[in-house]
Design a protein around this ligand. Structure first.
Ligand code: NAG
Ligand code: NAG
Ligand code: NAG
Ligand code: NAG
Length: 327
């Protein structure tokens, strides 16, 4: 437990204030009262039950949103431009409700407009408040043996048009390993947070590296591990669900010795315009700023196959940033 508290503190210093999430996760059926919720949802996915989709696509992006219609609109405009190299892609927009059960109509409108434009897209209005934890853990449950690549983003994250190219190559190389919990697009505000906090990156000659703590600004879970859904249920049963899901995730990674794969292109190329994602830090659960950070021109927009020439042995860092091993 002391260990958990320690991580909690580290984590809070890394990501800012903890999320406000609902203490109780209630179950009921999604197909219920709101006709909009049903408009394109294929399955009745409920709060508290990880959503397994009936179809399979190559790339599925889960967008978590609540009451920031403009932020969602921006986020979707970036997702629309993702280069899928001919692969199939589907976007699932998950709109949460307040704990009083209210849904932000403007947010629903933005999502519906996006869908009606002809995008392959599901609009899911939560039947009840899921909270940020529920949004993270219950929006993508990979089918067993699937090759589907999932990506979970919050609505204030901009994603590079080349993110899927990178993710696909990374999954192809590392999915066969059993020590990976996922892949992150996050390259901004990444810090080692054990010991003295400092920016996290690997030596110049490495295109990727691994760290036990996940990057949440665009996270693609390893399809074969129990993350980020099934493992969480154990904690929930012990009535600890009110805590931040990342905290459990960190603890889980720690006890299982699992790593998140990070891209080192900024250091590797010496260029700024190679970001796979960007967080606009919109006012909400994570940030309380008045001045919204604008989208950046630094998202990766020119591909070079050398970006995905991965090392034969990849650096794995300890929490405190010392190299644990190459494997
Ligand atoms: C709800 O979804 C079902 C199954 O996809 C569909 O048959 C039905 O027409 C939908 N109802 C509304 C009101 O959209
Ligand atoms: C791709 O990257 C390699 C290695 O950094 C470099 O030598 C080459 O010029 C790049 N190609 C293009 C088209 O930018
Ligand atoms: C990077 O350089 C270090 C030190 O010279 C070396 O041990 C490592 O194998 C190199 N990594 C790659 C991917 O070549
Ligand atoms: C980092 O952690 C490892 C493992 O606990 C330890 O062996 C190493 O000395 C630590 N390094 C620093 C600089 O604290």
């Amino acid at each position: 437990m002391a260990c958990l508290i320690l991580f909690y503190i580290f984590h809070t210093s890394l990501f800012g204030e903890p999320h406000k999430i609902s203490a109780t996760v209630l179950r009921s059926n999604n197909a219920g009262s709101d006709p909009k919720a049903n408009a394109s949802a294929t399955l009745a996915c409920m709060v508290g039950v990880p959503c397994e989709y009936s179809d399979e696509v190559d790339f599925r992006v889960m967008v978590m949103t609540y009451d920031r219609p403009q932020s969602l609109e921006k986020c979707l405009s970036f997702l629309e431009n993702i280069d899928t190299m001919g692969d199939t892609m589907r976007i699932e927009i998950w709109i949460d409700r307040s704990s009083e059960g209210e849904v932000n109509e403007e947010t629903v409108k933005v999502a519906e407009r996006f869908r009606l434009k002809g995008n392959d897209c599901g609009v899911h209005v939560r039947e009840r408040n899921a909270g940020i934890t529920g949004q993270w853990t219950d929006t993508w449950r990979p089918q067993l043996g699937t090759k589907e690549i999932g990506l979970i983003v919050e609505d204030d994250v901009d994603v590079s048009p080349l993110a899927y190219r990178w993710l696909k190559a990374a999954h192809k190389t590392y999915d066969k390993r059993s020590d990976i919990q996922g892949y992150t697009l996050q390259m901004q505000n990444v810090n080692f947070f054990g010991g003295k906090m400092r920016p996290m990156f690997a030596p110049k000659n490495e295109t990727v590296y691994m760290y036990p703590v996940l990057g949440t600004w665009g996270f693609s879970p390893h399809p074969k591990t129990d993350l980020p859904t099934r493992w969480y249920k154990g904690f929930e049963k012990r009535h600890q669900e009110a805590s931040m899901w990342e905290m459990w995730h960190i603890y889980y990674s720690y006890i299982k010795d699992l790593y998140c794969v990070y891209c080192n292109l900024k250091v590797h190329t010496g260029k700024g315009n190679v970001l796979l994602s960007w967080n606009r830090k919109e006012k909400g659960l994570h940030f309380d700023n008045k001045q919204v950070v604008k989208s950046t021109a630094d998202l990766l927009s020119r591909w070079n196959d050398s970006f995905v020439v991965f090392p034969r042995k990849t650096i794995q860092f300890f929490y405190n940033g010392t190299i644990y091993r190459r494997a």
